[in-house]
Design a protein around this ligand. Sequence first.
Ligand SMILES: Nc1ncnc2c1ncn2[C@@H]1O[C@H](COP(=O)(O)OP(=O)(O)O)[C@@H](O)[C@H]1O
Ligand SMILES: CC(=O)N[C@@H](CCC(=O)OP(=O)(O)O)C(=O)O
Length: 295
Amino acid sequence: MTLSHEAALQSASILTDALPYIQQLSGQTIVIKYGGNAMENDALKRSFARDIVLMKTLGINPVIVHGGGPQIGARLQQLSIDTQFIHGMRVTDQPTMDVVEMVLTGQVNGEIVNLINCYNGNAVGLSGKDAHTIIAQKLTTHLVPDGSTETVDLGFVGEVAEIRTDLIDLLLATDFIPVIAPIGVDPQGNTYNINADLVAGKVAEVLQANQLLLLTNTPGLLNKEGQLISELNTTETDQLIADGTISGGMIPKIKCAISAVNHGVKSAHIVDGRVTSAVLLELFAKANVGTLIKA
Ligand SMILES: Nc1ncnc2c1ncn2[C@@H]1O[C@H](COP(=O)(O)OP(=O)(O)O)[C@@H](O)[C@H]1O
Ligand SMILES: CC(=O)N[C@@H](CCC(=O)OP(=O)(O)O)C(=O)O
């Protein structure tokens, strides 16, 4: 490909402008939650894969935790299995669990790994079952808007009891890109469906990642008027949940981001994954996209 002189100058200037960010980010570990809603079409998926490979090439260590909620929903619908969400969590009986595991590990994980590797990225897919990476326990309570907890039984929905980093560490030390499906297992071998945001937050915490990026299908956290909240103070959150500003799938996303920054992750960002090169814009252009959450 030959560029015109003008286009070549523009490319050179983009790289020069990014130099301070590249220098700052090199060597950092960045956990990226790739939500199913951000996998809208092939072009976006390819753009994501290229961004990840570019990060790795620049000396950053990306760790991907993916979702696949819409993809699970589509497969359940094909199989005529009804599904419902309670506070952003899918109620998961045994037939649903089988489909969740099949879609996340067999379909979505493989597709992301394959795309990254098409750009020479050396991605390796794993689920929480591999090397006992995600030890789960059954989710038994959730927070209700007034701040108290309520007992719940959502079937095989789990929460993270422990992240064992041995395999992730090994992959990072040998320059592979871990791509993790949010399937957990308990010590008895029972399989659990875990919200991918919760897994991403815990992975970021245990790795003491520099950043947690949560790619989703909104420009960021929005207020009641639909305007972007560009920076969230962690103390405001309970009120925003209580008054209904934060609802559905945004609840686990915000909670995991806050927990991560309160446990050593430098910052968490909710970013619109429907934008081409969303990851690069966030990391290298400081285009002030999305919502920043700091401790
Ligand atoms: N205050 C809010 N700002 C933005 N989105 C919100 C808010 N409250 C609830 N949501 C919902 O949360 C969704 C994102 O969560 P979710 O569907 O779980 O995405 P993902 O699959 O990317 O994890 C948005 O599409 C939106 O419908
Ligand atoms: C318990 C629970 O709700 N698990 C999620 C797991 C996938 C996920 O979190 O996907 P997104 O990030 O794309 O929403 C589900 O079954 O949809």
